[in-house]
Design a protein around this ligand. Sequence first.
Ligand SMILES: [Zn+2]
Length: 336
Amino acid sequence: MQRTFSLIVLFLVVTLLSFAAAWQVQIAWGAEGTATKKEVKMDSPKKVVKSEEQWKKELTPEQYRILRQAGTERAFTGALNDVYDPGLYRCGACGAPLFRSDTKYDHGTGWPSFTAPIAEGAIEYRDDNTYGMERIEVRCAACGSHLGHVFDDGPAPGGKHYCINSASMKFDKAAAVPAGPAKATFAAGCFWGVEFKLSQVPGVLSTRVGYTGGTTKDPSYEEVCTDETGHAEAVEVTYDPAKVSYEELLDTFFALHDPTQVDRQGPDVGAQYRSAVFYHSAAQELAASTAIKKLNASGKFRRPIATQVAPAGEFYPAEEYHQKYYQKRGKQGCGL
Ligand SMILES: [Zn+2]
């Protein structure tokens, strides 16, 4: 009796464990955005819900057929097939960011091809067994519109081939100038000198120094200096995009410090002095990563660029005596 009972318990435990393992595998597959067998919920962008009537009104008949009825455009006819300009590919229905231009390549099949989506949560995957084929359909995670399919015959190292209809997307050229003042946030060591140099750039309207990128709320300079808050000494720039481009600000940023130094800048050592770009939009993220790629390829530096590219979070302005420090005290006291 005792033995039977133990066996039953053992059986139950093993069954439970294998269920848990199967579930884990499914989650892991989904998170990598690979050949998922079932629809798996991921960190999704804000959902866009509209009636088919509404979509019909907003989209052209060709867009509606492809995006909402899972149609396919004829190969080599799409407007974006041969586009390789820097920029952002958005959902043709809801405008959500989907792919970056630096992942686009020519697969030769006549449809825009990408190696990866802009973010794991940007895309949804579904089994598609139509036309007697086993394929994996790719949809916009925000609005559920059909984009194309993903295959395993893409280039190394990832091997993924996102085959997407031109008509399912709209292209945002990275050079597009946003209206009104824009923000940019950079960290490049001691913020006194960084603020001074960025404030000299024509088109920069205002600057302020502060702390960002860490885990604590409203830190003081002393707390940041313990190197335990995770914050970087940063400069928030407000600029006029009609007078200076984000790319030009990046040029100034990379030129004013040594972006290959890790968690230090000259004599200033610690993560608070790390090199970082805190981006405010997908276009800024794209511009920063493109600039880093170019610098790494240029041979200008012997070591790789160590600059962190991270989304801009809460910016905590530093104490008043740190603001416009150079203008108040003259150039002294720090590495730059
Ligand atoms: Zn969409």
